[in-house]
Design a protein around this ligand. Structure first.
Ligand code: F0G
Length: 355
């Protein structure tokens, strides 16, 4: 059967009616890839998977939430949507608004969003409002302005966003036959970890899974309010997607972490980039820096034995590596590039020199 997006697939578990016009780009149904080389390198017997959300239509998990948020905005007669964003939400909002034929306004921190995300927001025709401030400043303004202008907020404080995003947990349960023992996610606003917990508990309650996972949330050290225990004023990290000091789903994340017996931890930019690179080199999987935080966490906790051998572990890779080409290129060895003349002799030599 032709796959037409997650709302059609999970219609009975989502707040849509028979006559709702669905705004979809075929999101969801992303690969769950079993890692082969990294567990070997760790020397531990674990079943370690990555859910490659970078393969959604705009290259991040945001599409799962945006298909629902824009569908419901259009259903309610809204002609414009707005979001604050570190980049991926703006890309998804711009694309789904274009699809729906409505306007999108995106508020982004000037100079702090990855190139691919900016390109997406621009090419889809959204109105880009750059502020001299960070995501948290933008979020505050967006919440205020929606009381003064006819715009629907499509940040994850919009409950329909989490409804859409919970379907990632449904897909994992359907593929593995039950929930994994552990689920690792990068955490910014904590909307996605909240949505996953909703999905897991929902499927558990209706008997589609025997268990719920232990939820592990990982942050960047310079933007780690959940590890500090309070909001961070000037968050800073190379993983710009999660450069957030005032998470919008703070209470929900603390609650679910406790309920699931989970924990939070943080990683330096250096550790995050090393993990991003390891995934590309050892497994052939290219994710953006923020996404690699989930695998950095899983690897550390497997090594430490906090995640015991024999466990099944799923890490969400939230965004595609192509979102941030600048950071990718900057961490590669430029001398590995071979510059020669276009002759058989020189190309042959270049190959044989490497063998
Ligand atoms: N990973 C990526 C690639 C993201 O873009 C985000 C959030 C997260 C992880 C964290 O998810 O906020 O639900 O905890 N990006 C938002 C944006 C803030 O504006 O694109 P979260």
């Amino acid at each position: 059967m032709r796959y037409t997006g997650l709302i059609e697939k999970y219609r009975d578990r989502l707040p849509v009616g028979d006559s709702t016009r669905i705004i979809s780009l075929g999101e969801g149904n992303t690969p769950l890839i079993k890692l082969e080389n990294i567990p070997k390198e760790l020397g531990k017997e674990v079943n370690l998977y990555v859910k490659y959300e970078g393969l959604n239509p705009t290259g991040s998990f945001k599409d799962r939430g945006m298909t629902m948020a824009v569908t419901k905005a259009v259903e309610s007669g809204s002609e414009a949507i707005i979001c604050a964003s570190t980049g991926n939400t703006s890309a998804a909002a711009a694309a789904y608004a274009a699809r729906a034929g409505i306007k999108a306004f995106v508020v982004i921190p000037e100079g702090k969003i990855a190139l691919g995300k900016l390109a997406q927001a621009m090419i889809h025709g959204s109105t880009i409002i750059q502020i001299k401030g960070n995501f948290d400043d933008g979020m505050k303004i967006v919440k205020e302005v929606s009381n003064h202008a006819p715009v629907s907020i499509v940040n994850s404080i919009n409950p329909f966003r989490l409804q859409g995003q919970k379907t990632a947990a449904f897909e994992i349960i359907e593929e593995l036959g039950s929930a994994p023992d552990y689920h690792c996610l990068p955490v910014g606003n904590a909307g996605n970890i909240t949505a996953h917990w909703m999905g897991y508990t929902e499927y558990h309650e209706i008997g589609k899974s025997d268990s719920t996972p232990i939820m592990l949330g990982y942050q960047a050290e310079g933007a780690a309010p959940f590890i500090k225990g309070s909001r961070v004023d000037n968050p800073e990290t190379i993983a710009t997607a999660i450069r957030i000091g005032n998470p919008q789903s703070w209470d929900q994340a603390l609650k679910l972490s406790k309920e699931s017996n989970g924990w939070f931890d943080a990683f330096t930019d250096k550790e995050i980039l090393a993990t991003q690179k390891m995934l590309t080199k050892k497994e052939g999987v290219f994710c953006e820096p923020a996404s690699a935080t989930s695998v950095a966490g899983a690897m550390r906790d497997i090594k430490l034995g906090k995640i015991p051998e024999g466990s099944s572990v799923v890490c969400t890779l939230t965004g595609h590596g192509l979102k941030d080409p600048d950071t990718a290129i900057a961490q590669c060895d430029q001398s590995a590039m071979i510059n020669i003349n276009p002759t058989l002799e020189e190309v042959k030599k270049a190959i044989l020199d490497q063998m």
